[in-house]
Design a protein around this ligand. Structure first.
Ligand code: ZN
Length: 184
């Protein structure tokens, strides 16, 4: 890089490290060994193999925003709820119509109307949900793009964006990623 990465707080570059690098080196995934302690003296001392990941406190603070959940499951739930509402309300309508001996033409018309309302409502809710979800995905993609260019200065314990020259305390990375406190 031609222009050096300078921390906006101390005006120097010697303590600045890329956030992605700290996050990756601070998160160790692999196999570990741990000594087991004898349980009430009943079991012998031993060595146990463990696997998993461990993270330093700093790298935990610098964790990238998690990818939003997939949209399909919630959409499916929405459609299922709509279908159940449709079946239940049409069934109730027929039942009430039979009990009160309404003319079948009136019941048919009412049933059609209720059906349209529920199907229309479900379609509308699906469209609104899909649009909101696209906004969420876009916000996440923008946040990741910013996260990838952030630096950490250990002198000031701050995170900064070399592009906008904004800096925040280490635990307020959300302000740089979203320009405001984390949504949700
Ligand atoms: Zn600094």
């Amino acid at each position: 890089m031609n222009n050096p990465i300078i921390c906006p707080q101390c005006g120097r570059d010697d303590m600045a490290q890329k956030v992605t690098g700290i996050y990756e080196t601070g998160t160790a995934t692999g196999a570990f060994q741990g000594r087991t302690r004898p349980l009430l003296g009943l079991l012998p001392d031993g060595v146990q193999n463990l696997s998993g990941s461990t993270q330093t406190l700093l790298s935990r603070k610098l964790t990238p925003p998690p990818r939003p959940a997939k949209t399909s499951e919630r959409l499916l739930l929405l459609v299922i709820v709509g279908m159940i509402m449709l079946v239940v309300s049409e069934g109730l309508l027929v039942l009430v119509g039979l009990l009160l001996k309404f003319p079948s033409l009136g019941i048919g018309f009412l049933g059609l109307l209720v059906g349209f309302l529920i199907v229309g409502g479900t379609v509308l809710a699906t469209l609104v949900y899909t649009r909101n979800h696209q906004h969420t995905i876009k916000a996440w993609q923008d946040a990741i793009a910013i996260w990838e260019r952030l630096y950490y200065c250990s002198r000031n314990d701050c995170i900064f964006d070399p592009l906008t020259r904004q800096s925040v305390p280490t635990d307020r990375m959300d302000l740089l990623l979203y320009g405001r406190p984390k949504p949700r």
